[in-house]
Design a protein around this ligand. Sequence first.
Ligand SMILES: *Cc1c(COP(=O)(O)O)cnc(C)c1O
Length: 230
Amino acid sequence: MSIAQNILEIKKKLPENVLLVAVSKTKPNEDLLEAYNVGQRVFGENKIQELTKKYNELPKDIQWHFIGHLQTNKVKFIVPFVDLIHAVDSLKLLETINKEAKKIGRKITCLLQMHIADEDTKFGIDFEDLRAILASDFYKELKTDENAGVEIAGLMGMATYTDDIVKISSEFAYLKSCFEKLKKEFFISDSHFNELSMGMSGDYELAINQGSTMIRVGSTIFGERNYKVI
Ligand SMILES: *Cc1c(COP(=O)(O)O)cnc(C)c1O
């Protein structure tokens, strides 16, 4: 099937409240344009240089999501144009995004990345560290700052890479339950804390069943990635 057909197939199955982020990392511009031409506007990338290059070369009504691990010293390069950052995993990173976005009068939607998988290799932080960020003085002040450079809109997580669908579902359910707890504790009067970014090519249906509002799908749309090409 073509990229266009893959997008349309996935969209057919998506509930209305679930956003499809087309993960286009390693893929050439013409692949992204094929998706764009069937209406896809939200794309996810995880490398600063690649994202910046694609931003410069592709239509300006694309919404770019950064989905990878972000280093604080790289934040300034994407803040001028990125729409949403999925994987904020420290207070320091949140502060840096806020500072850089404020400088240029932007407000960037951010998700906090929670660690829900078995593997140590997957980034993200645990529930207590998430609570600590939201309870910090920085975050309290941020909430009262009309010109804040960031807005926390929810959580993101990646399940363990396994065939065990019971395990994957329970990890997503755990993420959802943490989301609900944080919403009650910190966002009771804030309608913006609404997003749960979970689900990739192999598990997005399970994620949707557990309450995902954003799925990040790469290989099912664009085919397998080849990291060997330099
Ligand atoms: C690469 C990547 C995806 C997409 O993975 P697929 O399995 O190809 O759908 C989703 N989320 C993150 C954080 C990624 O790095």
